[in-house]
Design a protein. Structure first.
Length: 216
């Protein structure tokens, strides 16, 4: 139950630690999603909370939910304005060059009948920027911190695979899809005018520790 995954709660916002494998939007096959859990996250309100942004199905970690329409609009504006601070942790399949940097690779959506849709780097695409820093290297893999400055679909996954040449471990679209996906939304900070910011941090999941990577 997601009621046990609450990282932040007040009158206008909830941040949950979304489990890997749970889609935010209801899948076409009707399988379980975040929507099936919203009734347990009202905490006395009549209205169900609403997801402000999205995390991929296999990505775990901080997901912001609004508790009323006015808050939802303010939070969406904060994301669109690029003032929300997001921090992701990922294990990449390969040893990346350098210790840190800023990826500036515009992205566009492409689709084929054979492979379906995906994102890819394209100079004519939407601007996409991600700061990155290597935390550790072990057994041919890199443990990397990502801080996206923009919020494009699959941004970190594509930037890792195309710009760093090392896809996220377990990525079924941009990598080999072997094993669990090792991408985690570790923290979130949303500034609020006249109020304390929303601050949340999601602990590193067990699947990272099993892969040999942890936070000291």
């Amino acid at each position: 139950m997601l009621v046990n995954n609450i990282l932040f709660l007040d009158g206008e916002a909830i941040v949950i630690d979304k489990p890997a494998g749970m889609p935010v939007d209801r899948p076409r096959d009707g399988s379980l999603s975040l929507e099936n859990q919203l009734d347990s996250l009202t905490f006395g309100f009549r209205r169900w909370p609403q997801a402000v942004h999205r995390l991929d199905r296999d990505t775990s970690g901080c997901l912001l939910l609004s508790r009323n329409p006015k808050a939802h609009a303010r939070f969406q504006h904060a994301f669109e304005a690029g003032i929300v601070e997001k921090r992701y942790l990922a294990v990449l399949e390969g040893v990346v060059e350098g210790d840190s940097g800023l990826i500036d690779l515009a992205l566009t959506k492409v689709s084929t009948a054979e492979e379906g849709w995906r994102m890819r780097g394209d100079p004519k695409g939407k601007p996409s920027r991600t700061a990155w820093r290597v935390l550790a290297v072990k057994d041919g893999r890199s443990f990397v911190e990502f801080k996206p400055e923009t919020g494009r679909t699959h941004q970190i996954r594509v930037h890792a695979a195309e710009a760093l040449g090392a896809p996220v471990v377990g990525d079924p679209v941009y990598g080999d899809g072997v094993g669990e996906s090792l991408l985690h939304a570790a923290s979130l900070m949303v500034p609020r005018a006249g109020k304390d910011p929303i601050v949340a941090e999601a602990p590193l999941p067990e699947r990272f520790l099993k892969a040999g990577f942890g936070i000291d």
